[in-house]
Design a protein around this ligand. Structure first.
Ligand code: ATP
Ligand code: PRP
Length: 208
């Protein structure tokens, strides 16, 4: 039996065609079902539906053999406890700094609001900028508008969310896409099944 951890919403939607090509289709629709463990059309594969930020934790502890998680989440979690064999090239976006459109670029000390505390700290340290990081769990865009922070670190795709809030992207921290992650023990114990799945994903990705 293989268990794959995946989050509802964007990642799930974009992962469905990949899973489907490997013969894995959930027998319940996660949009309407309240079930957290979904059977699939493959008797040997189950999906567990969790929050995006919890995927690395479930995989690290072996509660799921595999998972699909954004690189943003993996950077924040720390990747050394997991294997990351494949870039699935889904849910693509960029992790960026952003500021009010009328504000000049950072000089000196800066206050940064983000849910990516660890990544932001590393980024500003690498630039030699002294940053006070304020942890938020969402709606980061609000922080510069109400004087909570000078700058935010957040995901940008179309840029519409920033624009709607009079912010603009400034520095690219890193490109983001979702990755397949694998529990280290499972990679040994269930090597053949996992490697077959990785190969199937690779074949589908190569056709894109
Ligand atoms: P949680 O439920 O844990 O708070 P979330 O609400 O951020 O997570 P999603 O919005 O579904 O969950 O995002 C999941 C992943 O999708 C992110 O970790 C990121 O890798 C990617 N992502 C987020 N926003 C975008 C976007 N606007 N465009 C493309 N990919 C995105
Ligand atoms: C994500 C991210 C940004 C937005 C960027 O939010 O946190 O706010 O997308 O996308 P854009 O550049 O295309 O506007 P999401 O839509 O996932 O909402 P949430 O963080 O509140 O879940």
């Amino acid at each position: 039996m293989l268990t794959i951890a995946v989050s509802k919403g964007r990642i799930f939607e974009e992962a469905l065609p990949l899973l489907s090509e490997a013969g894995i289709q959930p027998t319940d629709d996660p949009k309407t079902s309240r079930k957290l463990i979904l059977d699939t059309t493959r008797g040997d594969v189950k999906l567990v539906i969790i929050r995006a930020t919890d995927v690395p934790t479930f995989v690290e502890y072996g509660a799921a053999d595999l998972g699909i998680a954004g690189k943003d989440v993996l950077l924040e979690h720390g990747a050394e406890s997991l294997y990351e064999p494949l870039d699935l090239k889904i849910a693509g976006c960029r992790l960026m700094t952003a500021m009010h459109k009328d504000k000049p670029n950072i000089s000196g000390r800066v206050r940064v609001a983000t849910k990516y505390v660890k990544t932001a700290r590393l980024y500003f340290a690498s630039k030699g900028i002294q940053a006070e990081i304020i942890k938020l769990y969402g709606s980061m865009e609000l922080a510069p508008l109400v004087g909570l922070a000078d700058c935010i670190v957040d995901l940008v795709d179309t840029g519409n969310t920033l624009k709607a809030n009079d912010l603009e992207p400034r520095e690219l921290i890193t490109e983001i896409s979702s990755r397949l992650v694998v529990n280290k023990a499972a990679m040994k114990m269930k090597h053949q099944a996992i490697q077959t799945l990785i190969n199937q994903f690779e074949i589908t990705l190569a056709k894109r």
